[in-house]
Unconditional design. Structure first.
Ligand code: SAH
Length: 184
């Protein structure tokens, strides 16, 4: 049997997202999470996904076509997500930070824009909505983004947000760290 960190994140989100929900994939990459959110939100829901690379949109479009699903694919930085949606309307926002494996390691998410996007995302989430942030560190990712994102999250008001951080105790090599935030 195989359990991946991505499976684990999906398990958690499955218990929050319902058919008909509005969801955002803030870091489209190759579209794995976009596809996952489309399946959860169903035909009556809507998924929008952001990336700054045209190649990510192309890969995601192809993946969705193969599964006969559709999403709104936006070529723009996630730090501008508040331009596209109304506050308090989104059920789920997923971030998968870092760079695209097999792609250009310089086209990575960055602390300032990631934190800006999280801030915007918090406004867009509805009460009971969930945000997942999968944080990468070590190697080419370094530790700056992880440290700055965690420092930002730690200061959020616990009457407004329930936040849980996960670690994988026996995995070496700086495993990714998922964070789940629920808007109260
Ligand atoms: N680290 C993950 C993959 C992350 S992919 C893994 O190992 O599976 C991260 C994606 O975020 C990339 O496709 C990159 O182009 C995108 N990205 C970088 N900056 C962004 C921004 N400001 N807004 C939206 N997407 C961004």
């Amino acid at each position: 049997m195989r359990v991946t960190i991505t499976d684990w994140i999906h398990k958690v989100l499955e218990s929050f997202v319902k058919e008909g929900d509005l969801c955002i994939d803030a870091t489209m990459g190759k579209g794995g999470d976009t596809l996952f959110l489309c399946e959860l939100a169903g035909a009556s829901g809507k998924v929008s996904a952001f990336d700054v690379q045209e190649a990510a949109l192309a890969a995601t479009r192809e993946k969705l076509d193969r599964h006969r699903l559709s999403a709104q694919l936006i070529l723009d930085g996630h730090e501008h997500m508040a331009d596209y949606f109304r506050e308090g309307t989104i059920s789920c926002i997923m971030f998968n930070l870092g760079y695209l494996p097999g792609g250009d390691h310089h086209l990575t998410t960055r602390p300032e824009t990631t934190i800006q996007a999280i801030k915007e995302g918090l406004k867009l989430l509805k009460t009971g909505g969930i945000m997942s942030i999968c944080i990468y560190s070590g190697g080419d990712s370094g530790f700056e983004e992880r440290d700055q994102v965690l420092a930002y999250l730690e200061k959020l008001d616990d009457r407004q947000y329930f936040i849980s951080r996960q670690d994988f105790m026996n995995k070496g090599n700086h495993p990714p760290m998922p964070v789940f935030l629920i808007k109260l």
